[in-house]
Design a protein around this ligand. Sequence first.
Ligand SMILES: [Zn+2]
Length: 74
Amino acid sequence: MSDISEDLRLPVACPSCGSHLYRVSQVRNPGDKVFCASCKRYLCPYHEAVDLLKEGPGSETEAMIEKVVNRNGQ
Ligand SMILES: [Zn+2]
């Protein structure tokens, strides 16, 4: 019952499969993990996803995603 998640559409594509659809816990705590809805790859904590939504697509967002991807070690 506590494991309900919601779809979340982000301006960035999943580094693994290119999907823009992600999943996050319905509670949406800042530290909740955001996963790709297709391949289940971990993207970033929810508070970073919120920042991405606020910023929208752009060079700053891409730089941030690169940072996230690099941090995930792939
Ligand atoms: Zn994916």
